[in-house]
Design a protein around this ligand. Structure first.
Ligand code: ADP
Length: 270
């Protein structure tokens, strides 16, 4: 009887060992499956990226080649007025390429930190960004309000300045036909119904064009633009998102829809 009990205990042990091994194997399989699908998604993104970059870089080259052809013809017949117009078109297309290449270079650097993380008063970043965007702010007559209780954040100063500058630039640029344009930079504590650690949310709010619900995720994708009539490359928000995420933060946009302004919110480590 005792021998049977011992045997059954041994069997139970072997059984639970086997169960443990199976569970471990299942965990490893699940991990490698999720790694594979992550790699597949990255690969698809890379393909999309290469396709759009080549397409967007090709467009100004086609314009430049086309207008160089016109230029030759207009120089040959001595049409000064058209010569000037052709040169202007070549110039605009070349500038578009320059901006795009510059944006792509910043994007490729966005996931990496270039400077060591430091404590930066967020208010200093906002003041610096406002100086850089001053021309556009004055031109559009935008009233700017900056909260006095902005926190100190931790990160790569240069990259964080890019975030603030891009968001303020966009807020000013996408004002639509708002007669009293206004931009507000502030901080609030996140609502968390379950309590727990409530992160502080920094935000750049405008009372401009707003964003329809279906585009709120899309605009953070590379080259996604809702207004093709304003200048831009569609790289800005992709860049901003990468920088915020590289800092361990999160970014999203809140808007009541077209014509109702937008609030770009993000978290950063303290
Ligand atoms: P770009 O400004 O070069 O077009 P972004 O990536 O910065 O590229 O922005 C993507 C798109 O998101 C813009 O083309 C615009 O349609 C929309 N957008 C960005 N910021 C705002 C804003 N504050 N209000 C309304 N729309 C915005």
């Amino acid at each position: 009887m005792r021998a049977i009990t011992r045997r059954s205990r041994q069997l139970q042990e072997v059984n639970s060992e086997l169960q443990g091994e199976i569970a471990q194997r299942q965990r490893v399989e699940a991990e490698s499956e999720s790694l594979i699908s992550e790699l597949e998604a990255k690969n698809a993104e890379l393909k999309r990226f290469t396709y759009t970059v080549s397409h967007d870089l090709k467009a100004p080259i086609v314009t430049i080649k086309g207008f160089l052809g016109f230029l030759k013809r207009d120089v040959a017949v001595g049409n000064q007025e058209r010569v000037a117009r052709d040169i202007e078109r070549v110039d605009v297309a070349a500038e578009k390429m320059r901006v795009l290449v510059e944006d792509l270079l910043s994007l490729s650097a966005a996931g990496r930190m270039t400077d060591a993380p430091e404590d930066v008063p967020f208010g200093d970043l906002v003041a610096e960004a406002l100086e850089l965007v001053d021309g556009q702010i004055r031109e559009r007559g935008v009233e700017v309000e900056v909260a006095s209780d902005l926190p100190v954040v931790r990160g790569d100063r240069t990259r964080l300045l890019e975030v603030v500058q891009n968001l303020i630039e966009n807020a000013v640029k996408y004002m639509g036909d708002q007669p009293t344009p206004r931009v507000e930079v502030g901080v609030r504590i996140a609502d968390r119904p379950g309590g727990g650690d409530r992160p502080q949310v920094l935000y750049v709010r405008d009372n401009g064009a707003g964003i329809a619900r279906e585009y709120r995720g899309k605009i953070f994708e590379l080259f996604q633009r809702l207004d093709s009539d304003t200048s831009g490359t569609g790289v800005g928000l992709a860049l901003v998102q990468r920088i915020v995420e590289a800092h361990g933060g999160r970014i999203w946009v809140e808007s009541q829809g077209r014509g109702h302004g937008s609030t770009f919110c993000f978290t950063l480590p303290r």
